[in-house]
Design a protein around this ligand. Sequence first.
Ligand code: LIP
Length: 268
Amino acid sequence: MRTPADISVMMNAAEKAAKRVIRDFGELENLQVSRKGPADFVSAADIRTEKILFEELRKARPSYGFMGEEGNAADASQGSDARFIVDPIDGTTNFLHGIPHFCISIGLEKNGVIESGVILDPIKNEAYWAANGQGAFCNNRRLRVSGRIDMKEALLVTGIPFAGHGNADQFLTSLRAFIPEIAGVRRTGSAALDMAYVAAGRFDAYWEQPIKPWDIAAGIILVREAGGKVSAMDGSEDMLTQGSILATNFALYEAFFTILKSTHKRAA
Ligand code: LIP
């Protein structure tokens, strides 16, 4: 099967940017011990990476719009309805601390619907991609969500609030309700890789709120094309504007959604 042209454009841009990200990550080792720490260096790396992606994607698809985490933006040209939604380094805090778990995530939205996406993990050399009706892949391996149907066997991954981000009480109320019902919980620090791992069947479910469009845009099409179900926390498909996400397989969806719906009511 031929790789769709837009996927090749996004993968080429991600691979070009990844060369610089890997170099920057290598330099970080020396900065961990400096008093100032690597914070400014990582912000510069984020900005530099997004600039590479912006230039490459606009060169290949000049009529497509662009929305990037670091502020690069462009409207779609007259008559085009396409927009790249880009996180240059998803898992920035991991990157900052020298933890080798982060990725480049590029989603492509057409007519307001995520149609394809690429997630590149440059450390583990895992290139995920999916396109509407074409399936989801990691390198050349086809992806399917997990087949687990019993919540007691399910491994949940999530994001944990931190200083100035998220509602700790809300999160802890939901987590407390999940813990006796599931096999375990993980927090990896990269939403895009969390969703890629749901698509690969490594995690059985992923839930996070708040979450930004660029964190989840590519993951949405990956999970859907791997046979999974994705919704916002209210059960709608309004994930990007609501800033919330639940991604799992169809067998487990209702059980996870019911707990989130009840605990969000309780905590409110
Ligand atoms: C991060 C997400 C993570 C979330 C963090 C942050 P960033 O994206 O991948 O899941 O919990 O708050 O949004 O900032 O590394 O691109």
